[in-house]
Write a new protein. Structure first.
Length: 170
């Protein structure tokens, strides 16, 4: 098994950096929730997409040096992935749209809880599903930076992949 950030035979990344970037970092497993961060800096742009619209989660795994992997799915698999999107360079009072597309995983539907720091949001929960794979919701910036936390309560191998994460100013 490789330990330098390459994939092992099962296709998983094995670098310790994968888990060092999570909060809390530490032991991994389906029952140990980890929060993986992505930074969206709007200082010089109004539209940021992580990944590509290509029905594959692989480009969310392969962002070396930019952010930790762990963003390619949400739920509980070989580790328990929750997301934290840190937004900087925001315009206070401006509206932003968050768009995410889920891919099939081990369940047809996966419910998530959404919370905000220094932002107001229109949703506090949502469901990713085969019938409605694209999730869109709006947030309002209260300050120049804020956070969106997306968490789940699954512990036994329930997850869905993610194709892309896009946030744009309206």
């Amino acid at each position: 098994m490789e330990r330098n950030g390459e994939r092992d035979k099962a296709g998983y990344y094995t670098s310790p950096a994968l888990f060092a970037g999570a909060d809390p970092a530490g032991p991994i497993g389906m029952d140990k929730p980890m929060l993986f961060k992505a930074v969206f800096d709007f200082t010089d742009t109004d539209d940021i997409m992580i990944g590509e619209m290509n029905d594959s989660s692989s480009d969310l795994q392969d962002i070396a040096g930019h952010m930790p992997t762990g963003l390619q799915f949400i739920g509980s698999s070989y580790y328990n992935a929750n997301h934290c999107y840190e937004l900087t360079g925001l315009i206070p009072g401006a509206e932003y749209e968050v768009e995410m597309k889920s891919l099939p995983g081990t369940v047809k539907e996966l419910q998530v809880d959404i919370s905000y720091e220094k932002m107001e949001g229109e949703m506090d929960s949502a469901v990713f599903s085969d019938e409605q794979p694209v999730l869109k919701f709006q947030v309002k910036a209260l300050e120049r930076q804020g956070k969106i936390l997306i968490r789940h309560s699954y512990l036994n191998g329930e997850y869905r992949g993610l194709d892309y994460i896009r946030i744009k100013r309206l």
